[in-house]
Design a protein around this ligand. Structure first.
Ligand SMILES: [Zn+2]
Ligand SMILES: [Zn+2]
Length: 124
């Protein structure tokens, strides 16, 4: 679990790592399978909401929010404003517009072999 900025909720929320998310999605599915149609969403997904509360100390009432609070869906924190990149593959920060230079350079280096003109490119 980690506190990260959520782009959909527009605030910092507790995000789940892959193990925690796996458990959460099991409870989410369980809610679908065992829920009755006269139940509220909070009743139906009680286990999921309680699991999240125990893990994060945060009283969430919307089961769908928990499902997108998954660290894996977001990128690392922006070097400039420290909000997470909106996706792991984002090439710039949607919050401050910071270009993800390291990311781009790394991709170029990974995908093509180093040519003599790269030296000039990176010097500028
Ligand atoms: Zn969210
Ligand atoms: Zn930023």
């Amino acid at each position: 679990m980690e506190h990260l900025w959520c782009w959909r909720c527009k605030m910092e929320v507790p995000m789940l790592n892959e193990d925690e998310h796996k458990m959460a999605s099991k409870l989410y599915r369980h809610g679908f399978e065992t829920g009755k149609c006269n139940m509220t969403r909070q009743e139906r997904f009680k286990d999921l909401l309680e699991y999240y509360k125990e893990l994060t100390d945060y009283e969430e009432t919307e089961p769908n929010a928990i499902m997108h609070h998954r660290i894996e869906l977001y990128g690392p924190p922006c070097e400039s404003c420290s909000k997470p990149y909106r996706t792991p593959k984002a090439s710039f920060c949607a919050a401050c517009g910071h270009k993800r230079l390291n990311f781009l350079n790394n991709t170029i280096l990974q995908n093509t072999e180093q040519k003599w003109w790269h030296k000039i490119l990176t010097a500028n």
